[in-house]
Design a protein around this ligand. Structure first.
Ligand SMILES: NC(=O)c1ccc[n+]([C@@H]2O[C@H](COP(=O)([O-])OP(=O)(O)OC[C@H]3O[C@@H](n4cnc5c(N)ncnc54)[C@H](OP(=O)(O)O)[C@@H]3O)[C@@H](O)[C@H]2O)c1
Length: 257
């Protein structure tokens, strides 16, 4: 029997690389997609699985369709899709770099949506499959000074919950993973490694732990998973606390130190 195949976007490091490790340990072959070919090749060489490395810049319009076409050309059928690639940006919206904002919208929302749309119908036809969307605890409230990032993650959570509902009974599950602060390159790339959000070492989880929790939830077919008790508490309290207070707290957590 050929092994099932999982596609992981943003597999060149961080949470994506650890999700790929979880999948390989569980008997999947892998397709790794991101820009950082070197990181993916290094990961592929360490995995006990067949791995195809596909360079993909998901910030380019049409990148998801191109990736789906490349899979078709190589005759690869995807059983599990992990939409993990993502990036953030910190600072006042009015001063932000417009091209960085477009990049964020493309990677975090457009490519994730288009890749899901492209790979879902064959899963439905086969009556099995799993899709993970990596959102964030940022999805649960607006986030001044990371306004666009938080908004993209609210989109991802909304999409994921709706798709999980639509796909009930089809054999295909959709799980939205909502990590809190996690030790990866994310904070550095987003320009806020010294913000209060990332300064509290006790609140920061390892990417291996986040991947383990996320993968377990996906296997159980859970629609949404928030990593860790403290993050669950924060996400839930953001939903039920006065909005003015939630905005103030989010702003103070994101303000670069
Ligand atoms: N770390 C956190 O605190 C945290 C918290 C909540 C949610 N998340 C989410 O978790 C996901 C993974 O992030 P991470 O923490 O593992 O950060 P990371 O270490 O910075 O990894 C981000 C991944 O996304 C990929 N990516 C970025 N831009 C891309 C592009 N244009 N095309 C293709 N791939 C691209 C990167 O690959 P290349 O640069 O090689 O292309 C990299 O593999 C993201 O969706 C992030 O929003 C992170």
């Amino acid at each position: 029997m050929p092994k099932p195949v999982a596609l992981v976007t943003g597999a060149s490091g961080g949470i994506g690389a650890d999700l790929a490790r979880e999948l390989a340990r569980d008997g999947y072959d892998l397709v790794l997609a991101a820009r950082g070919v070197e990181g993916m090749q290094k990961l592929a060489s360490e995995l006990d699985a067949q791995s195809a490395v596909i360079p993909a810049d998901l910030s380019k319009p049409g990148a998801a369709a191109q990736l789906a076409k490349e899979l078709e050309n190589r005759g690869i059928t995807i059983d599990v899709l992990i939409n993990n690639a993502g990036l953030g940006e910190t600072g006042p919206f009015a001063e932000s770099d417009p091209s960085r904002l477009s990049e964020m919208l493309q990677v975090n929302m457009v490519a994730l949506t288009e890749l899901t749309r492209a790979l879902l119908p064959p899963m439905i036809a086969r009556k099995r499959g799993g899709i993970m969307l990596v959102a964030s605890t940022a999805a649960f409230q607006p986030g001044p000074f990371m306004a666009v990032y938080y908004a993209t993650k609210a989109y991802v959570l909304s999409l994921g919950e709706a798709l999980a509902f639509e796909l009930r009974g089809t054999g295909v599950t959709v799980t939205t993973l909502c990590p809190g602060p996690t030790r990866t390159n994310f904070a550095h790339a987003a320009g806020n490694p010294n913000s209060p959000l990332f300064k509290r070492q006790s609140m920061i989880m390892s990417s291996a732990e986040v991947a383990r929790i996320g993968y377990r939830a996906m296997k159980a077919g859970r629609p949404v998973v928030i990593t860790g008790f403290a993050n669950k508490l924060l996400a839930m309290s953001a939903r039920y606390s006065p909005h003015s207070m939630v905005l103030k707290i989010a702003a103070s957590l994101n303000t670069p130190g």
